[in-house]
Structure formats: structure tokens, C-alpha cells
Design a protein. Structure first.
Length: 586
């Protein structure tokens, strides 16, 4: 099976090009160390402990993404999934320390044999030069039991939280022993577990990892694609999270040489939900919801939630969970250091929840409903200067509605050619609904404001389709337009009609020339504003409708999909309906 396509040039140059790409993105924050795959902060302060970390490339944003004030001073980048060389690690240590002075350097290393040996060798060589250097090893992976030899607990995404805590401690001026101590406390207070829906594919590889088929997931898969605890059929989000949390808790923490559960009811926790590279943000939020919900159902208080791509594995479809216990003698230190500011380029902004009160986001904004009786805003003070308005409105609307009912065959004939054939039936449903509401007294004819709101309701309840929505928008716009008037006369009515037509154009996206109802509505609007005569409006609307039959193409509606040879000679049914209605009104 061929591997998935990747953006890549020559695989052997990939790390060099990765570094150059990062330097282009962060020209003011990052510097490359000459002759080495090492990225450093643009500002190195020897008066505080400097932090270095690193490992194989392919886990971005780890580790260079954590460079910045309050986190790492630098990152050593190995080849893809390969430990960096002793020479590069030592060169980085030399860049951030001075012989016989300064506060020294702390190496934060994940528990992989190559990393331990190479970073360890560089650490000892630096010390032999008179440079102050120490190393902390992170082994937070709960996929294998603690008793599974020295390589059992791998270093995974929890390492990022160690970077944050140790970096903040260093930024506060603590000495090397104190920074190493709090870093070790953080490392010992957490557990992590990853799950994968599909394995990683390395750019440039000639084969894919096909260990997982379409229906199988792996629980405990490592960040390099190493085997996990077991394979399983796909589980629901809740069931998968339950297994992850149960496994992490059973793995436990070391407390005075005893293994104790990672958490218990009443504990305050921080959780990191890490995207392993190929998981959508949508799924990450679902996982986060399941994780926090389950932990809180166990009586825990989740005060900090970190979600995103922290330690990836290229495009691995998966995620990992880290649970950090915020209890014990140094809990306040851990919390304060987590919450300290940092300029690290990839550190997320996190809302901290004060667990002494309810979670702020649990309180929803109350929904503000419309009037219980469906009434519109106050309009009693708006004078209507149209003689016998209710009577005239009833006569005109009855004529218009009957016209739409009677015109169904004609409109259907046209729409079968240039649409989907439902225009006639749609207009007929609207016409019948208006007639029914007039007869039953449900159409409020007393005043233009409630009348056009009532027409919008009638259209909404009966017509459906694009035409129905557009006409409803028109009528609602007209109703709202009147509210800004002090008096409604024929000119106001024309202006309201113009506003309604413009609303159809704005929200629907079509305009004159689109081969739609607007080709009749816009000319009618202009005529009505110019002369005030519905007769004139009806006449130009008919001309506009006729012109649509001569248009070679449409840019709106289903006619947009139909060729010119089919459309020629057939007017747009929506425009025809407008012309017929205006003629009946006149």
C-alpha cells in the first residue's frame, strides 16, 4: 500500500528545512546554533537557569515550540524519531551556560534509551568542563506497567507540562537544584496514555504502517508508533475515555517508594488533551468533554484544561490524555508555575477555574424569547394615512392570493423547463394560506406593521423553498421598516417595498440580471418610487419578466445549472409570479 501524500522535498533535508521554516515564522524569537540542528531563544540570560530539551523530530510543536521566556531556552532536534547527537546537545549546553559562573542548565529528557544516553553523556561532558548541568527524566506513559523494566514508562506529552513548570521556576530566579526539584515533582505527579485510530506515516517512507485496519484502534500506542497495551474494536468516546482514565489511575504515582492511585475523589487535577497530529478539533472537543465529565463524576475538580497539538506524531489519528495531580505539599507551587506567563510560541491560552465555585461556563445565558402572543414592536403611535387601509389591504391581498392560486399551471410549466418544477405549487400554497388567514381573521389587517409581519408568518408556514424564504424576508423587512416612520402613506409604502426588495437581493445574493424574481421586482420598485402608480409598476414588472426569457444564462437559483439552449424563450417563473401579482394589485 502506497504511503499518503506529503509536502516534502528530499527526506534527508527535511529537518534543515523544518528549522528554516521556523526561523522564517519567528524571526524575532528564534536563532539557530551554527553547525547544529539546535534552535535557541534570541535572548539568553545566564543569570537564571536555562532549560534545554529535545529529541527526534516529527513531534512538533515539541520541542522548539516551547522556546520562550518562562519555558525552554532551546531545543535540540534529532532526525525523524531519532535522538539528537551528543555533539549537538553539548553544543546547546555550551551556548546557554558559562564555565564556572551563572546558574547553569537543566536538561528535560523523555524516557527513551537513546535520549537518556545522549543527553546524559552531554551533561557529564559539560560538567567536566566546569559548566553546571543537571538532567530530569520524564516517564509519564502509562501504557506499560511500572515493573516492565527501565523502558516501561516512556516520556510523552506530559513532558510539555514539565517544561512549563520548570521554565516558570527558572524565570523566578530559583537555582538549579530548586528548578530540578520542582521539575521532578511535576514529572512524578502525572500519568499519560495515548490512543490511536490509525498509525503514523513518516514523510518519505516507502511503506505505510498497516498494523491497524479500518475497524481497529490501539490503546497505549507510543508517539513513534510503538505497540501499546492492546488493540481493540472502535469504542465510543465515553468508553474509550473511561479506559484511558482507569489505566492512568491504576498506573499510579510514586509516593515515598509506594505506588498510589494517580487521583482520588476530591483531588484537584489539570488535564492535557493532546492531539497526536491527525485528529480534528471537533473530535478533540468531544474527547475533552468526555474526559472532564468522567473525572468530575468521580468527584475530582478539573481546574485546568489544556487542549491541542502539544506532542504530535506527524499525522497519527489519535490523542493522548495527561492527568497532573495538583494535591500534596507542592500543589500550590505547581499551580502558580503553570499559570505564570510565557512567551513560548506554542503555549495555549488557558482559562483557570477556581474550584471553590461552580464552573463559570456552566451558567448559560438565558434565552430571550419573542413576545408570547407573537406581536411586533409597538406601532400604535404610527399614523396610517391610507384611506380605509384595512378594507383596501383585504381586497388587494385577496386578489393577489387568488392570482397565485390560479397561476399554478403556468408557473409550473415554466419551472419544469428552467427549474425543478415546484414554483407553481409553492406559490399556490402561499396564496391559499393567505386566503385562509384572511377568511379566518388570522391575518392582521389593522395596520401595515402587523399586516406584513402576518404575511411573513403565513409565507413561513406554507411555502417553503428558496422563494418562500425570500418573500418572508421581504415582508419582515417591510414590517420593520415601518417602525422607523411616524406616518405611513403611499410614499412610505413604496419605500418599504424598496427595502424589502433590497433585502431579497442582499440575503439571497442575486440582483437584476440574475434571471430571477428580482428582474421584475427592481424595475417595479423604481417605477413605484417615481410615480407612485401600481399600474406603472405592474407594467415594467411584466417587461422585466419577459426579458428573463431572452437571457442566455442565469446566475441564481436552479436555472444556474441549465444550459442557454434550454432556457431561451422561457421566462423565469418567479419573475412571472411577481408581474402577475402586481397586475392583480393594480
Amino acid at each position: 500500500m502506497s504511503p499518503p501524500k506529503k509536502f516534502i522535498n528530499d527526506p534527508k533535508d527535511a529537518v534543515d528545512e523544518l528549522i528554516q521554516g521556523m526561523l522564517l515564522q519567528y524571526p524575532n524569537k528564534l536563532r539557530k546554533l551554527q553547525n547544529h540542528h539546535v534552535l535557541l531563544s534570541s535572548e539568553i540570560n545566564h543569570e537564571k537557569v536555562n532549560l534545554l530539551s529535545g529529541g527526534g523530530s516529527g513531534h512538533e510543536p515539541s520541542h522548539a515550540g516551547w522556546i520562550g521566556k518562562g519555558m525552554l531556552t532551546g531545543a535540540i532536534l534529532g532526525g525523524v524519531f531519532a535522538s539528537p547527537s551528543v555533539a549537538s546537545i553539548l553544543a546547546a549546553i555550551r551556548a546557554v551556560t558559562k564555565v564556572g559562573e551563572g546558574k547553569g542548565c537543566l536538561l528535560i529528557v523523555k524516557n527513551y534509551t537513546g535520549d537518556r544516553l545522549n543527553f546524559g553523556m552531554a551533561c557529564e561532558m559539560a560538567n567536566s568542563e566546569g559548566r553546571l548541568c543537571r538532567m530530569v527524566i520524564v516517564k509519564d506513559d502509562c501504557a506499560l506497567p511500572r515493573t516492565k523494566g527501565i523502558t516501561g514508562a516512556r516520556g510523552v506529552a506530559g513532558t510539555v507540562l514539565v517544561h512549563k513548570i520548570a521554565g516558570a521556576a527558572a524565570d523566578r530566579g530559583m537555582d538549579l537544584d530548586a528548578v530540578a526539584s520542582i521539575a521532578q515533582t511535576a514529572a512524578d505527579s502525572m500519568g499519560s496514555l495515548g490512543v490511536a485510530l490509525d498509525a503514523v506515516t513518516i514523510p518519505g517512507a516507502t511503506m505505510t504502517n498497516d498494523r491497524l485496519d479500518d475497524k481497529t484502534i490501539e490503546i497505549g500506542l507510543g508517539i513513534h508508533g510503538e505497540a501499546g497495551i492492546r488493540q481493540s474494536a472502535l469504542l465510543s468516546c465515553d468508553d474509550l475515555v473511561k479506559e484511558m482514565i482507569t489505566t492512568i489511575n491504576a498506573f499510579g504515582l510514586i509516593d515515598e517508594d509506594k505506588v498510589v492511585p494517580t487521583f482520588k475523589s476530591g483531588d484537584e487535577l489539570a488535564v492535557l488533551v493532546n492531539n497526536l497530529g491527525g485528529t480534528s478539533n471537533f473530535e478533540m472537543s468531544l474527547l475533552t468533554n468526555s474526559i472532564v465529565s468522567l473525572l468530575e463524576s468521580e468527584g475530582c475538580k478539573v481546574s485546568r484544561v489544556y487542549v491541542g497539538s502539544m506532542m504530535t506524531s506527524f499525522d497519527m489519528m489519535g490523542a493522548s490524555l495527561t492527568i497532573l495531580s495538583l494535591v500534596g505539599a507542592r500543589a500550590e507551587d505547581l499551580k502558580n508555575l503553570l499559570d505564570s506567563d510565557t512567551t513560548a510560541i506554542s503555549w495555549p491560552t488557558v482559562d483557570v477555574w477556581d474550584t471553590s465555585s461552580s464552573r463559570p461556563s456552566a451558567e448559560e445565558f438565558p434565552e430571550i424569547g419573542g413576545p408570547a402572543d407573537g406581536s411586533t414592536a409597538s406601532y400604535e403611535e404610527i399614523k396610517v394615512s391610507i384611506e380605509d387601509f384595512p378594507v383596501v389591504a383585504k381586497l388587494m391581498l385577496t386578489a393577489a392570493a387568488k392570482t397565485l392560486v390560479d397561476a399554478e399551471p403556468e408557473l409550473t410549466k415554466y419551472d419544469l423547463i428552467c427549474g425543478d418544477g415546484d414554483c407553481g405549487l409553492t406559490m399556490k400554497r402561499g396564496g391559499r394560506e393567505v386566503l385562509d388567514r384572511i377568511e379566518s381573521g388570522k391575518l392582521d389587517l389593522s395596520h401595515p406593521v402587523p399586516l406584513f409581519a402576518s404575511l411573513a408568518d403565513a409565507v413561513s408556514a406554507s411555502m417553503g423553498g428558496t422563494s418562500g424564504v425570500l418573500l418572508e424576508l421581504c415582508f419582515r423587512k417591510m414590517s420593520a421598516f415601518f417602525l422607523s416612520s411616524t406616518e405611513i402613506d403611499a410614499k412610505t409604502m413604496a419605500a418599504a417595498f424598496q427595502a424589502g426588495v433590497e433585502a431579497i437581493s442582499f440575503y439571497g445574493g442575486a440582483s437584476i440580471g440574475s434571471r430571477s424574481m428580482l428582474d421584475a421586482l427592481f424595475p417595479a420598485t423604481e417605477a413605484l418610487l417615481a410615480s407612485g402608480s401600481i399600474v406603472d409598476a405592474a407594467e415594467v414588472a411584466q417587461k422585466g419578466a419577459d426579458e428573463t426569457g431572452k437571457m442566455e444564462s442565469a446566475s441564481a437559483g436552479r436555472s444556474n445549472y441549465i444550459g442557454a439552449e434550454v432556457l431561451q424563450g422561457t421566462p423565469d417563473p418567479g419573475a412571472v409570479a411577481v408581474a402577475l401579482v402586481l397586475k392583480s394589485l393594480s
